[in-house]
Ligand binder design. Structure first.
Ligand SMILES: [Fe+2]
Length: 179
């Protein structure tokens, strides 16, 4: 019997799934870059246990919801696509928590999402959320460049400022593991 808790597809099946939902090729390329960046971060963290497969496949699937929406709801939509596919909650939680620096309950309400926490808690969730901020499209950027782009596009909103703070916290936490 298939145990959903551990149903993490292999790389080829994950890429096929992205194609089957008609995710734009540019977003598939972005997802491959995010998975690579996330693995690069994970491989430096030798002192803690990290599920490398979860990092790779979570990175590939984190934006699957962008096949339906490019809004803040794409994390949640991605999670529901993966739920329907019977894929592990560990993966769909990566979808839910990769947006900005994660979204808390009050921000969720403000953004029109169902009111719950979408904050990254596990090391795998944090690494994907961070790796995603380092890749804009398929280009590598710094956290400052990433947020400056958002600030100029959407204005320096409280939500964006809090997101930047959270990402810097995740960055610090990971650097501390490295030392
Ligand atoms: Fe995304």
């Amino acid at each position: 019997m298939k145990n959903e808790q551990y149903n993490i597809p292999d790389r080829n099946s994950a890429l096929k799934l992205l194609e089957s939902v008609n995710l734009a090729p540019s977003i598939i390329q972005h997802s491959i870059q995010v998975a690579n960046k996330a693995l690069e971060i994970a491989d430096k963290l030798k002192n803690i246990r990290i599920d490398r497969k979860l990092i790779e496949i979570g990175g590939l699937l984190h934006d699957i919801g962008r096949s339906k929406s490019h809004g803040f709801d794409h994390g949640l939509i991605g999670a529901s696509i993966l739920k329907m596919e019977g894929i592990s909650p560990k993966i769909f939680r990566i979808c839910e928590t990769h947006i900005l620096g994660g979204i808390d309950k009050d921000e969720a309400k403000e953004l029109g999402l169902p009111k719950k926490n979408y904050l990254p808690y596990t090391i795998e969730e944090k690494i994907i959320c961070l790796a995603d901020k380092y890749i804009k499209g398929i280009n590598k950027v710094s956290i400052n460049e990433r947020f400056d782009h958002w600030f100029s596009k959407y204005g320096e909103s409280d939500i964006l400022n809090r997101a930047k703070k959270r990402i810097i916290e995740i960055q610090k936490e990971i650097e501390e593991i490295l030392n």
